[in-house]
Design a protein around this ligand. Structure first.
Ligand SMILES: [Cu+2]
Length: 154
């Protein structure tokens, strides 16, 4: 008896959740417009594989280990001094979220980890289809020197 009631309550709970929750649809419907009007404070929108200068001493490029898709994708940033030597003296943080539903899947500001080659790596957990944004912050001696954002659609 008790089992039946518990099951019934469970069914009602799921049903009402399904009715009240349009989270998935909202996310897709609003993603485009929200991203177009996205925060200006996050700096330029960066393209994979392109060189971006930080001042005139160094530049960086970024890429993903695979085409962005559901699951964990790894973002790789490489920083070079102007002579082309890899620069490992910075700290980089990344903050991933969906702009159309700010805060819903926010990773918080997370430090990239450096591999043996001197690449900066950050896993990004893509838990939902739609538009995603990773805001990058570059720091030198703990001081912010560059901000940019990466956007992709899954
Ligand atoms: Cu979402």
């Amino acid at each position: 008896m008790l089992g039946k009631i518990t099951k019934l309550i469970g069914v009602i709970a799921i049903a009402s959740w399904a009715i009240s929750s349009s989270t998935f649809q909202d996310c897709r419907v609003f993603s485009t417009s929200e991203v177009l009007g996205a925060d200006k404070s996050t700096g330029p929108v960066l393209k994979a594989g392109q060189k971006y200068w930080i001042g005139d001493e160094r530049y960086f490029t970024y890429d993903f280990d695979k085409k962005p898709q559901m699951g964990t994708i790894i973002m790789k940033v490489q920083v070079f001094a102007k002579d082309g030597k890899q620069d490992t003296s910075l700290e980089i943080t990344g903050s991933a979220d969906m702009p159309s539903m700010k805060g819903a899947h926010s990773s918080g500001e997370t430090l990239f980890k450096m591999n043996k080659k001197g690449d900066y790596l950050l896993p990004v957990n893509v838990v939902m289809p739609g538009e995603w944004e990773v805001v990058l912050n570059f720091l030198k001696d703990k001081k912010p020197i560059y901000t940019g954002s990466v956007r992709f659609n899954v």
